[in-house]
Design a protein around this ligand. Structure first.
Ligand code: F0G
Length: 296
């Protein structure tokens, strides 16, 4: 059900359950926002404390509002997500808190279930699975999930894994760390993905690829899926749609393919981006004449 509005819940519920079994009383994560919201929610439900280390000023307001309201200890640091993750890994050594970033294997075990569900709904594996890639846990989890489902005899084929990063935060495309990643898709504003090697392996082994898309392409896809389908996702989630559009424009024939693009986060997470793209109309007098005029 992803109650906090992103796929992170699939993995977080597993990581937190395992932490509780071990008797943990506190959780810690670095986050671009969604992991923080999810960790904070499950910590609240479980009655344990939660610290979230965030890149200051780079977290969409819906996510920040969630982490604060669920009662997490929110720690903005003057640095990038990558700095925050390094600090988190060091801090767990000092505090003994449970690390619930996707370097935790239980997170991936939970996120694999998304691959199972897609196969169940389609009655088989898709030809292509398109995902946004940030810290690279999710694409790793999906690839594990599809492989596990095939080993279990539930599907006959495996999809190609197509990952998409934002051009200003595309370390896996460029083949090197991006020290100061920049993109409107703040969820994937990551320059040194913790599971980068596994993401590249998933792309290679599946016959897929990891590519980059520009912020303009991301925002165009973000507006298109909202206005054509009635689905408002967050900017990062539109990266795979942007990528599919670009590959189709480059001549890739997708017409006979079963393609799944995962919308990883709810659009309400980031109202500021939506409003910055839209024209908010000026108020008019509350009269029928003015309303009819405005509708004309
Ligand atoms: N889409 C959304 C909405 C995300 O929040 C993230 C990651 C991704 C895609 C990419 O997934 O990192 O497994 O490659 N958000 C993390 C966070 C980094 O802290 O919430 P990934």
């Amino acid at each position: 059900m992803n109650p906090t509005g992103s796929f992170k819940d699939r993995g977080m519920v597993m990581a937190v359950a395992a932490a509780l079994e071990r008797g943990a009383t506190s959780l810690l994560c670095a986050s671009t926002g969604n992991t923080a919201a999810s960790a904070a929610a499950y910590a609240a439900l479980a009655g344990v404390t939660c610290g979230v280390i965030l890149p200051a000023g780079q977290v969409a307001h819906g996510k920040l509002a969630q982490a604060l309201t669920y009662g997490a200890r929110v720690i903005p640091v003057q640095g990038s997500f990558d700095d925050a993750l390094t600090l988190t890994q060091e801090a767990v050594q000092h505090t003994g808190a449970e690390l619930v970033n996707s370097v935790n294997p239980l997170r991936l075990a939970g996120q694999r279930t998304a691959a199972y569900e897609i196969c169940d709904v389609l009655g088989g594996a898709p030809d292509i699975l398109a995902l946004p890639v940030g810290n690279a846990g999710n694409i790793t989890a999906y690839w594990e999930g599809f492989q596990a489902y095939r080993q279990a005899g539930r599907i006959a084929s495996l999809p190609m894994m197509w990952g998409f990063q934002a051009e200003g935060a595309a370390p896996l495309v460029r083949g090197e760390t991006v020290v100061s990643p920049e993109t409107v898709a703040t969820a994937i504003r990551i320059g040194r993905p913790a599971r980068g090697d596994q993401a590249l392996a998933a792309a290679r082994e599946s016959g897929g690829a990891i590519r980059a898309v520009s912020d303009e392409e991301i925002l165009a896809a973000y507006e298109a899926v909202a206005s054509l389908e009635g689905v408002m996702c967050e900017p990062a989630s539109a990266a795979p749609l942007a990528g599919l559009r670009r590959r189709a424009a480059e001549g890739e024939d997708l017409s006979e393919r079963v393609v799944v693009a995962v919308l990883t986060g709810n659009g309400l997470k980031d109202p500021a981006t939506a409003l910055s793209r839209a024209h908010v109309p000026e108020p008019i007098p509350a009269s029928l004449g003015c309303v009819l005029e405005a509708l004309a």
